[in-house]
Design a protein around this ligand. Structure first.
Ligand code: DX5
Ligand code: ZN
Length: 216
């Protein structure tokens, strides 16, 4: 499968996000992962649609918006208008079919995500609801720089098997949190093909080289 690397700007320099996304694009990233946090669903607050709109002119890469917010339905229009290419909503926060209908109204890609303590079966219905991507959190949402939770590997395998059984063999499975050059092979072998990496990319000396290595 086509492996895509989605660096998270959460680990970038917020005073110069425009330059950061340009640099990521030049370094070979496939998507820009935008971690939106509201201080309620997760304790920290990061940024919202206004910031996504501000970085939009600085890259032609798809903006992959991960909404860690309560009531995501109230924000879809703003993110769509800001230029989001994909909006990912947590199954813990909403009714997925209703949110997918709303996201599709704006011709934006729609994805579902589950927390590490949520059973993988809870994301299965999103496959049949026409998800464009499925995200498995491999750390507790809210912070960058945490350690990868190894139980995620089994969830990736079960989810890939389910997608294959549904005839959606090529559906993108994204993994988010604690990904490093050391564990990425296991993550890809388990069946994921979209790799979010915050610290691994931004803490490296050479972004382009790290992105290349993260492709497994
Ligand atoms: C956590 C975020 C992740 C995080 C990944 O809530 O969703 O995207 O920034 O960062 P690293 O790669 O540092 O774990
Ligand atoms: Zn994320």
């Amino acid at each position: 499968m086509n492996i895509k690397i989605a660096p998270s700007i959460l680990a970038g320099d917020f005073s110069r996000l425009g330059e950061e996304v340009k640099l990521l694009e030049e370094s070979g990233a496939d998507l820009i992962h935008c971690d939106v946090m509201d201080g309620s669903f997760v304790p920290p607050i990061t940024f919202g649609a206004q910031t996504v709109g501000a970085i939009r002119p600085h890259t032609s890469l798809p903006l992959d918006c991960h909404l860690m917010v309560l009531h995501p339905e109230t924000h879809i229009e703003d993110f769509a208008k800001a230029g989001a290419d994909n909006i990912t909503v947590h199954v813990e926060t909403c009714d997925i079919p209703a949110l997918f209908r709303k996201i599709a109204e704006y011709h934006v890609k729609k994805s579902a995500v589950i927390d590490p303590e949520t059973a993988v079966e809870r994301i299965f219905p999103a496959v049949e609801e026409g998800a464009d991507m499925l995200l498995l959190m491999s750390v507790h949402p809210g912070w960058g720089g945490q350690k990868f939770i190894p139980e995620t590997l089994k969830k990736i395998e079960l989810l890939r098997d389910f997608c294959i059984r549904c005839g959606r063999t090529e559906l993108d499975i994204e993994v988010d949190g604690g990904v490093t050059e050391e564990n990425v092979r296991d993550i890809i072998s388990a069946g994921a093909n979209v790799i979010v990496a915050g610290s691994a990319v931004f803490r490296s000396q050479n972004m382009a080289e790290t992105i290349r290595r993260l492709r497994g």
